[in-house]
Design a protein around this ligand. Sequence first.
Ligand code: PMP
Length: 358
Amino acid sequence: MSERGPRLRAALEEVPAYRPGRSALPEGGEVWKLSSNENPFPPLPGVLDGAVAAAAGFNRYPDLACTGLREELARRLDVPVEHLATGTGSVGVTQQLLQATAGPGDEVLFAWRSFEAYPVLTSIVGARSVKVPLAPGEVHDLDAMADAVTSRTRLVFVCNPNNPTGTLVRRPALERFLDRIPSDVLVVLDEAYLEFVRDDEFPDGVELYRDRPNVCVLRTFSKAYGLAGLRVGYAVAHEPVAAALRKTAVPFGVTQLAQDAAVASLRAESAMRERVSSLVAERDRVYAALVDQGWTVPETHANFVWLRTGERTDAFAAACEGEGVLVRAFTGEGARVSVGSASANDRFLFAAERFRKG
Ligand code: PMP
């Protein structure tokens, strides 16, 4: 007798499986992982000791409300603590945002290519992704995005700087765009890479959100603060958006270890800034070397570079892998390569030059 399996939601058929960055070569050997935009530095000073101490309390649930972390952030950002919501990485907060705003029949708008989780998480809630192609120069086409808003649009992502292209939306353009978006559509400014930006016209989302109840800012401890493995991120938004994000959070999702490490990392801000400055210097070195090699690279404001390798993308990724360098390949489009340690970057530059000459 043939039995039918459990019924699953039809929306899941649309969901592409998330592909994490590779971390090892099938045949072993030394690898430089430049595929996940990770921070090559170990945890900031003091963070590991606090984490080891927190490990003694694993028999207890964490603080559900993330009180200490939210209070520390509220002080530093000068926002009410009620305007803060946390999650398991900013990808967790992204899921909370979609659960809070969108469902079947609704539209979620974003530039494409942008962060891969947007279409995945949109499909999971049963909403439809509206992807607005990047304009020449790999930048957000904000006019086209504003034109694409309909009565079904519930949420708009602006990834700034954009993953995977590293490009920036500047303040005047973003303000014009926000002025065009209806007040009942939530605009999420995803600032996962903000600490790497060195541009005077970068629009600080926390300043923009203050007098705009439909703007939400998304930030993470995974990149500049180097806590990717602990999974903690947050949103800054007015009520009732922040309250909705707290409702849709996985209960006790952010561990005490993650909360304590995030607070300790915020308190190690000057060390973080120093490390980020050294990564920015490496980024600028990698960028200049690629341009010297003859590559066309959009100016990057994050901790990665984007090479539009088109049809040769898989070959390029394989060539890098052959030198032990793992990159993130988007077949048929391009490759995103994180900025790592100086030796990893040297290895990547060697592979890139060899590929161009080959
Ligand atoms: N937003 C963007 C633009 C990202 O690139 C990433 C990580 N790749 C995230 C959010 C999520 O990071 P996390 O969940 O580790 O905070």
